[in-house]
Design a protein around this ligand. Structure first.
Ligand code: PMV
Length: 337
């Protein structure tokens, strides 16, 4: 008998960034991070364990895929199989409603959905925290996508990583904010976050300075979320992102994810603030700029961003839900039988 489950996880965007590992194999971070899960960007994944199947089959967006991406999914399911004490291979069907590998953190929603679907199909009953620790082994940012609304990935101190997982800070209904994602280029990035953070950590003289301020940024953001203080949250989030990118400029060799249009959007956001519009930006391992704002200011921010040369698309998001199960017929309608 085959066992299957389908999960949908939404992408999260870090407000306090994760940048650097203290254990590469276990994906243990050098610092804690904090994020907002978005309603508009998500991955849907179904895992079906089938006795007698010779190898895992990986299908994304209707196309069977081999290579690195399929191998990563397979290696990840090995962790699930080990935890559940099963050996069956699986059909993995996944669909990304996120422009893949453009710095929109498709790995966050992708591994959160794979972790949940795999664990549920294997019959593992995990708490959200344990599911988050599992998702961590696929991608660090996935720890936070298990949760809806605002979440923190706690650094943890244990060598085995059991205490390095996400925790929910406030659900999606706590506070209605907006994150406007400006898509500047959906071309796959040429320098992964994994390689980028490693080089920064090993060579940038700014890295220790950035690390030294993370705890304070986390405390400011936690308090700002609790009191719904957009200015405090926005300022801390923008500073965290800028510090992270500043570290990269100090790496040897130096590198950046910024494109000319990234800088143009940056100035547009600062212009908006000078006019009294509440808007703060954050940028990940890609050129796109995500702008945090209020529902009231959303239209003004969108009109300004749309007018910036190089902005291809805007995706306006509100706080999104935690990872959740899709019924088999809903999964079949989306992913095929
Ligand atoms: O977990 P990864 O490999 O997708 O790395 C995420 C790195 C950043 O997006 C830049 C920061 C973060 O905290 O999500």
């Amino acid at each position: 008998m085959s066992r299957e489950a389908c999960a949908r996880a939404h992408t999260d965007i870090a407000l306090v960034k994760y940048w650097g590992k203290r254990d590469e194999a276990l994906f243990l971070p050098t610092n804690g991070s904090l994020s907002l899960t978005l309603d508009g960007l998500f991955s849907t994944t179904r895992v079906r364990f089938e006795p007698g199947l010779a190898a895992d089959v990986y299908v994304r967006d209707g196309q069977p895929r081999a290579g690195d991406e399929a191998a990563k999914a397979s290696r990840f399911l090995d962790l699930v199989r080990a935890q559940a004490g099963i050996t069956d291979r699986a059909h993995i069907d996944t669909r990304n409603d996120v422009p893949t590998a453009a710095g929109l953190a498709s790995s966050a929603s992708g591994f959160a959905a794979l972790a949940a679907a795999g664990a549920w199909a294997a019959g593992l009953e995990l708490t959200p925290e344990a599911l988050s620790a599992l998702a961590r082994r696929g991608s660090g940012s996935a720890t936070r996508s298990i949760f809806g609304g605002f979440a923190e990935w706690q650094r943890g101190t244990r060598a085995d990583g059991a205490d390095s997982h996400g925790v929910g800070l406030a659900g999606p209904d706590h506070w209605d904010v907006r994150m406007i994602v400006s898509v500047l280029s959906s071309a796959p990035k040429d320098f992964s976050s994994r390689d980028g953070m490693k080089l920064t950590q090993q060579t940038s003289p700014f890295y220790p300075g950035w690390l030294a301020t993370v705890e304070r940024d986390l405390a400011v953001c936690r308090a700002a979320i609790a009191s719904r203080d957009l200015e405090a949250l926005g300022e801390a989030a923008e500073a965290s992102a800028m510090k992270m990118h500043g570290c990269m400029l100090g790496a040897r060799p130096p590198f950046t994810y910024f494109q000319p249009a990234t800088i143009a959007v940056m100035h547009a956001v600062w212009d908006l603030r000078r006019q009294g519009v509440p808007a703060w930006m954050t940028i990940d391992a890609g050129p796109n700029v995500k702008v945090l704002t209020s529902p009231e200011a959303q239209a003004t921010v969108e009109a300004t961003l749309r007018a910036v040369a190089g902005v291809e698309d805007l995706i306006a998001c509100a706080p999104g839900p935690a990872v959740h199960r899709l019924a088999p017929d809903e999964a079949a309608a989306l992913l095929g039988a």
